[in-house]
Design a protein. Structure first.
Length: 582
């Protein structure tokens, strides 16, 4: 049967078919558009959350932070399902930043406004968490009575300081240029006490004064001591050093001093090496513990107080010539153990750097000649092992202050920080050497600052406080915090995570590594040590382009294998949680 259609119907049918084709094409285009939209969404989401995965390091991030020019310079702590951090913008504007613990999402960012004191501007020093409460600390110099004052106040989550300001220190000093510095410590992030020390030089008196105070969670003084130590500049090669200060789980306070000089008549190096102990159970009465040193010079010292009422002292020492003059170079690592029940030094061991370690650091030619290391290595981390031994991490640290430039009273000064190779020294429980090795890395960053202030490691003539370089908060957020490393000790295994040049993949030799130039393009690497000190290097299998870079200078250690970290690249910033999986 034939069906005859007139032209009108034929035209309508063709239009209908054309409409169907267009409809199908439209649906296809819509589907393809939706597909590509979904594809690019997945791709973007994957790129956003892609990680340079290394071995068992599990790193998860929250949302990207707003581009508000605020860089995180300190992760204060975690409490009540919130993470608290300190942000910095424009060199002197500080912010209290709060994140959700689970999602790492930014909940708020409020400016910290510190009111003036007696019509004088207060310099922000730091912020601490004590039993879940936040306290901002600031300092101000009073010219009329030559006092360097430290004040503290509770700060709300909105950045508002309490009207009940606490006067922490009113330290009498010689003059503004010798007003000294304040140093802060907490025990293991325990967060219920705060230990603060102030030191200042009295040049005309040839003396240094130090004050040490311990505060409770309301910033009330628990303990206070002060002393003024006289210098004797007539002695040859005289040096006085407040090497370290610390507190333990019982809120006992410890201070290490080292006074050294050369007796030219006796042709000997004289070392006065003491621990000043202030124990809570003894009413914080001063107890002096002498450590007898002969034929060697102490270069620096770090304290570690454990829960077994034992105090361990670790540091570098140098050899002494026959005429009593110290060589000032690093011969090796010493370890002194003090039994706090009896205030006695149970053992004192000097461990010279072995030949293999010197070859890695100096080269074979110098190692064969018995050369010692330059005194540019500072102890950054002490880790107590399960057997009572110690793992000591000593990093090459050096800073260079360039020539200032500027017009009028404001001068801009470039400061270059170098943080290179790390010497890993493993000591047995008796203080003797178990093994040592070297983490090969080479890093530097330059900061241009209006004024350069030394951190922990200040030195003025023959007076020294500490040894390691601490970068001031005001210089963070601009590069130096990309340097250094994050040590992770878990299940009797040491892991060291740091940023490295992408072309250093698989390299563990000092002679072959490339210097990390642009830290924005750095990739993470992990050095894993077995119980004999052998290194296994782990790198990302595939480098993710434009991936966020961890800032090892800004992290919070929550447990042996869990850390809160801060990562960024250019204007992109995120807070993350890093876990070393079992």
């Amino acid at each position: 049967m034939k069906i005859k259609l007139n032209n009108a119907y034929l035209l309508s049918w063709e239009v209908f078919l054309l409409y169907c084709r267009l409809f199908n094409l439209f649906n296809f285009l819509q589907m393809r558009k939706a597909f590509y939209g979904f594809f690019f969404f997945v791709l973007a989401f994957t790129t956003l959350n892609a990680q340079n995965k290394i071995d068992k390091i599990n790193l998860t991030y929250g949302e990207e932070l707003p581009d508000d020019r605020q860089k995180i310079v300190k992760i204060i702590g975690e409490n009540a399902n919130k993470i608290y951090a300190l942000g910095l913008a424009d060199k002197e504007d500080y912010f209290i930043k709060i994140f959700d613990s689970k999602t790492m999402k930014l909940l708020s960012s409020k400016p910290i406004i510190i009111p003036s004191m007696n019509n004088k501007e207060v310099d922000f020093e730091d912020i601490f968490m004590l039993n879940g409460n936040l306290y901002a600390i600031g300092s101000v110099y009073n010219k009329s009575d030559k006092t360097f004052n430290l004040i503290g106040a509770n700060i709300s989550e909105n950045g508002v300081l309490s009207n009940n300001t606490v006067s922490l220190f009113n330290s009498v000093v010689a003059k503004k240029s010798d007003r000294g510095q304040f140093y802060f410590k907490q025990y293991n992030n325990k967060g219920d006490t705060l230990l603060i020390m102030h030191t200042a030089l009295f040049d005309k008196e040839d003396a240094v004064k130090y004050e040490v105070k311990l505060f409770d969670q309301q910033l009330k003084t628990i303990f206070f001591t002060e002393d003024k130590v006289q210098f004797d500049d007539h002695k040859k090669d005289f040096e006085f050093m407040i090497a370290d200060f610390d507190l333990n789980f019982q809120n006992d306070v410890f201070l290490v001093i080292n006074e050294s000089y050369r007796d030219s008549k006796l042709r000997q190096q004289i070392e006065k090496f003491q621990v000043h102990a202030f124990k809570a159970a003894n009413g914080y009465k001063k107890e002096i513990i002498d450590i007898n040193i002969k034929g060697k010079e102490i270069i620096n010292c770090e304290l570690m107080a454990n829960t077994k009422n034992v105090l361990k002292l670790v540091g570098f020492y140098s050899s002494v010539r026959d005429n009593g003059k110290a060589n000032k170079e690093l011969k090796g690592v010493y370890n002194a153990t003090i039994n706090l029940n009896t205030n006695t030094n149970d053992n004192l061991k000097f461990n010279e750097f072995d030949y293999e370690t010197k070859v890695k650091l100096l080269g074979e030619r110098k190692a064969k000649k018995g050369k010692d290391l330059k005194p540019l290595y500072n102890i950054t981390t002490l880790i107590e092992k399960e057997d009572g031994g110690l793992i000591v991490l000593s990093e090459f640290q050096f800073y260079y202050v360039g020539r200032s430039s500027g017009i009028g009273p404001i001068a801009f000064t470039p400061v270059t920080y170098n943080k290179n190779e790390i010497i890993v020294t493993c000591l047995k429980a008796d203080g003797s050497l178990d093994w040592s090795n070297v983490v090969a890395k080479e890093q530097d960053a330059t900061v241009t600052t209006v004024s350069f202030v030394f951190g922990f490691g200040a030195r003025d003539g023959n007076f020294t406080v500490g040894g390691a370089i601490a970068i001031p908060l005001g210089q963070m957020g601009k590069g130096p915090e990309y340097l250094g490393a994050i040590p992770i000790y878990h299940n009797e295994q040491l892991n060291i995570l740091f940023n490295d040049h992408v072309k250093n993949k698989g390299i563990t030799s000092m002679d072959e590594i490339r210097s990390l130039g642009n830290y924005n393009n750095a990739v993470p690497t992990l050095f894993i040590f077995d119980k004999q000190g052998n290194i296994t290097r782990k790198d990302p299998e595939e480098v993710v382009k434009n991936e966020l870079v961890i800032r090892p200078g800004v992290y919070f250690r929550k447990s042996d294998n869990e850390y809160i970290v801060y990562s960024s690249r250019k204007s992109k910033d995120k807070l993350g949680r890093m876990i070393l999986e079992e």
